[in-house]
Design a protein around this ligand. Structure first.
Ligand code: AMP
Length: 303
């Protein structure tokens, strides 16, 4: 008789800062390479790709799940943000993640909390302009999490390109002992970047949401045809977005990959960045544009 397959051991769930600190520090003291993946949960393949990347380099891998109230504006979706701890824990168990850190808001921000960290300049443009205070909330929670877990490596998605750039700046500026690893964007088969917020989309909005990918792809085609004038690339993106009645563009810009300032011609690495409302859901997406290694006058894109 064949035995039933063993159920995956369930992931150790940690709720307190103190216990997470002890457990992560013990692993570091044993000379193990600690990997960390911060998330807000409602896990999808994008998150899981970061975890798999971490597992290639690190053991243990610690995942945090914390819907950080400090990074949501007063009129944003904090209360309706999808929360599904049990399903998320099952996914993490299935992947063999070592620990899930899921503190309560009061554990992270006890009464009297009053210290914030802000990366100046980079935090005020694009996402920062549309969502005032957002990056201050992100950097504050990420600094706290990096202090608690003290990972050797922390994994972020390029889906949130500005966030990854800002976190890297914070880590450099504050001499943190963590290396930030940026991982590629994971997409649905029709190109839509995976996001926990995609769950808000009604069926017709879900179809309209492919406009972001189609817009980036239009810019990609211009670049492949040798066009390096960014106004032309932005126009190509806006044409696609404007043709979609359910989509309302917040921004569609080509920026320098380091400064996140607008550029007029492609010369160095750049991002095409999009933020678009589809119905009432705000989606972001981007494409990395880099000089080709063999032909530096030409550009290659990663979508
Ligand atoms: P979130 O739970 O939305 O805060 O995301 C947690 C991490 O997963 C962030 O570093 C995101 O950039 C990353 N992430 C989210 N969606 C994707 C995706 N489609 N592909 C790759 N990484 C992603």
């Amino acid at each position: 008789m064949r035995e039933a397959p063993l159920a995956a051991a369930s992931v150790e769930t940690v709720h307190t800062v103190e216990w997470m600190k002890q457990s992560a520090r013990a692993a570091r003291a044993e000379g193990r390479i600690v990997g960390f993946v911060p998330t807000m949960g409602a896990l999808h393949e994008g998150h899981l790709s970061l975890i798999r990347a971490a597992q290639k380099q690190c053991e243990p891998v610690i995942v945090s799940l914390f819907v950080n109230p400090k990074q949501f504006g007063p009129n944003e979706d904090l209360s309706k943000y999808p929360r599904m701890l049990e399903a998320d824990a099952a996914k993490l168990s299935g992947l063999g993640v070592d620990a899930l850190f899921t503190p309560s808001p009061a554990e992270m921000y006890p009464d009297g909390f009053r210290t914030y960290v802000q990366v100046e300049g980079l935090s005020e443009r694009l996402e920062g302009r549309s969502r005032p205070g957002h990056f201050r909330g992100v950097t504050t929670v990420v600094l706290k999490l990096l202090e608690i877990v003290q990972p050797h490596f922390a994994y972020f998605g390029r889906k949130d390109a500005q966030q990854a750039r800002i976190v890297r700046q914070m880590v450099d500026d504050l001499n943190l002992d963590t290396e930030i690893v940026a991982c590629p964007i994971v997409r649905e088969p029709d190109g839509l970047a995976m996001s926990s917020r995609n769950a808000y989309l009604k069926p017709e909005e879900r179809r309209a949401a492919t406009a972001l990918y189609r817009a980036l792809d239009a810019a990609r085609r211009e670049i492949a045809a040798g066009k390096g004038d960014t106004l032309r690339l932005e126009t190509a993106m806006r044409k696609i977005l404007n043709a979609e009645p359910l989509a309302k563009t917040d921004y569609a810009e080509i920026v320098d990959a380091d400064s996140f300032e607008p550029v007029t011609r492609l010369r160095r690495a750049a991002f095409a960045l999009l933020a678009v409302f589809v119905g009432s859901t705000r989606l972001i997406d981007n494409m990395l544009i880099e000089p080709s290694a063999e032909h530096p006058q030409e550009f290659v894109v990663s979508l």
